[in-house]
Design a protein around this ligand. Structure first.
Ligand code: SF4
Length: 377
């Protein structure tokens, strides 16, 4: 397996407003913490004394990174550059919420060293946005995509959600056509999931909102593949499409079971088989950094077989699949032989395909990936 590189994730756990479906570690109404959180991040990145190497990708995610002033994101990125280093061609992404950005903001991000932005569009249909609990109309999302391009970003992703109970096929087509026409280089399109503990889960449980229908979601995935494919995008992962050469390095690193550090409240890291994660609450994170204490809330070490199973499951999400020869070189023969029965069965029922030494999901397997891949852990 080729070296997937090394990633650095920076978590910004604030949002203006929580969307109904969201279960990320993010908080609204904590504006008074933004500045001290950014200061704490800079300090946390600079005081890191564990293993590190030059990052091939840096991803500022959230939450809403662009809720912070651009110069604060710039200072955190500078700390990453100083302490860890960036490879010459590093991909440096900031997630952006459409309501928090304009051309001047994107220009400042570009000047600070970001070279990719990922805009949370989700839908371009008003009733779908309202259902999801988004507070911006479609025009604001399109304006944000346009502003990113005008500022000079040529690597812009649009995040979309499909298969919500408020969406018809024609709504989904409208959203896809809108982002394609906007000139983005990358589209991430995820099926809506109803996560426990979210307002959406409560609405579905009480019967006030219908749940999601897997058959409808499979059809919408198919529509995305058709429209994006016809527009020159290639699907490189179950839910991600890009124009040639624009697959996200940071995404691919995760799916290649690569190593990464994570900074910020609730951020996870994975280096040399060890995983650890930071305390979840922004206030606790800030206090720990200010007191020069550890922010680590927990850790685990996966045994070799669990690491191999996870790498197989993640790698099969990629369109290129997993090269079994390379996999055996990396993890030894035993993880594959232990899973031979499951792999054979998934091939027999048409969910996996083997071509030479390369194993990948079939088209049908792509639609049923979650169930199929979990069996490999
Ligand atoms: S903007 Fe994104 S991170 Fe924030 S609540 Fe909505 S979905 Fe979650």
């Amino acid at each position: 397996m080729a070296d997937p590189g090394f990633g650095i994730y920076v978590h910004i756990p604030f949002c203006k407003h929580r969307c109904h479906y969201c279960d990320f570690n993010t908080y609204e109404g904590q504006d008074d913490l933004h500045a001290s959180y950014a200061d704490a991040l800079v300090k946390e990145v600079r005081r890191w004394d564990g293993p590190t190497r030059s990052a091939t990708s840096v991803f500022f995610g959230g939450g809403t990174p662009t809720l912070l002033p651009s110069h604060q994101l710039g200072l955190v990125l500078q700390a990453v550059r100083d302490r860890h280093g960036l490879s010459e061609d590093a991909e440096v992404t900031a997630e952006a919420n459409p309501e928090t950005v304009d051309e001047a903001y994107f220009t400042a991000l570009l000047e600070a060293g970001f070279n990719r932005v990922s805009v949370g569009v989700q839908s371009l249909v008003p009733k779908v946005l309202v259902g999801l609990g988004r507070t911006h109309p479609p025009e604001v999302a399109l304006r944000a995509l346009d502003a990113a391009h005008r500022a000079g970003f040529d690597d812009v992703n649009a995040d979309l959600i499909y298969g919500s109970p408020w969406e018809e096929d024609e709504d989904w087509v409208r959203s896809l056509e809108g982002v394609i026409d906007s000139g983005v280089a990358h589209v991430s399109a995820y099926a809506l999931t109803v996560e426990e503990g979210t307002p959406l889960a409560t609405l579905v449980r009480s019967g006030r909102t219908p749940g999601v229908d897997p058959d409808i979601q499979a059809r919408r995935h198919d529509i995305a593949s058709q429209l994006l494919g016809a527009a020159g995008f290639a699907r490189y992962e179950i839910s991600n499409w890009s124009r040639p050469g624009r697959a996200s390095r940071h995404n691919v690193l995760y799916w290649s079971a690569g190593e990464y550090l994570g900074f910020g409240a609730g951020a996870h890291a994975h280096v040399e088989g060890e995983r650890w994660w930071s305390t979840r609450l922004p206030r606790d994170f800030i206090a720990a950094v200010q007191a020069d204490s550890s922010t680590t809330a927990g850790s685990e070490r996966l045994d070799d077989d669990a690491r191999a199973g996870e790498a197989l499951m993640l790698g099969l999400r990629l369109r290129t699949g997993v090269d079994l020869d390379g996999f055996s070189k990396r993890f030894g023969a035993s993880p594959l032989s232990k899973r031979t029965g499951t792999l054979d069965r998934l091939r027999e029922v048409g969910l996996l395909e083997l071509s030479g030494s390369r194993l990948r999901l079939s088209d049908r397997g792509t639609l049923l990936a979650n169930e199929a891949l979990c069996e490999l852990l």
